[in-house]
Design a protein around this ligand. Sequence first.
Ligand SMILES: [Zn+2]
Ligand SMILES: [Zn+2]
Length: 131
Amino acid sequence: MECPSCGVDMVDFKSDDQTLRKCGDCGGLWVDVSDLNRMLLHHNLPGLESIGGKVDTDSLSGQCPDCQVEFVRVSGGDKSNPVSYETCESCGGIFLESDFQDASDFASAEKEIVAFFSTFSTKLKKKVSAG
Ligand SMILES: [Zn+2]
Ligand SMILES: [Zn+2]
């Protein structure tokens, strides 16, 4: 699969039954929504639906390389640390555009993704840390 942002082939990181993809060029990560939800729940974060965020309809964020469908950009975090991800409503793929160059295998990529979404869900933190 090609990186939605640079068009270069992404590298697969595999666990037993999950696959992540990383772009060696921009450091972006691609993850399926079902795999993402499992990671979030596993780390005591709410699932993607509950994490919320604001759909940013104004920004053009590219196309899903698999479906040729326009991404929807969802923004979260707070003012001092805004973050956003792109999602394909057709296949449910999630593209994290941030720079995850440190992620070199599945475990480290998963760590980066969990850190990303705990920043994303800043407003929920109180609730989350109780669990
Ligand atoms: Zn890229
Ligand atoms: Zn898609």
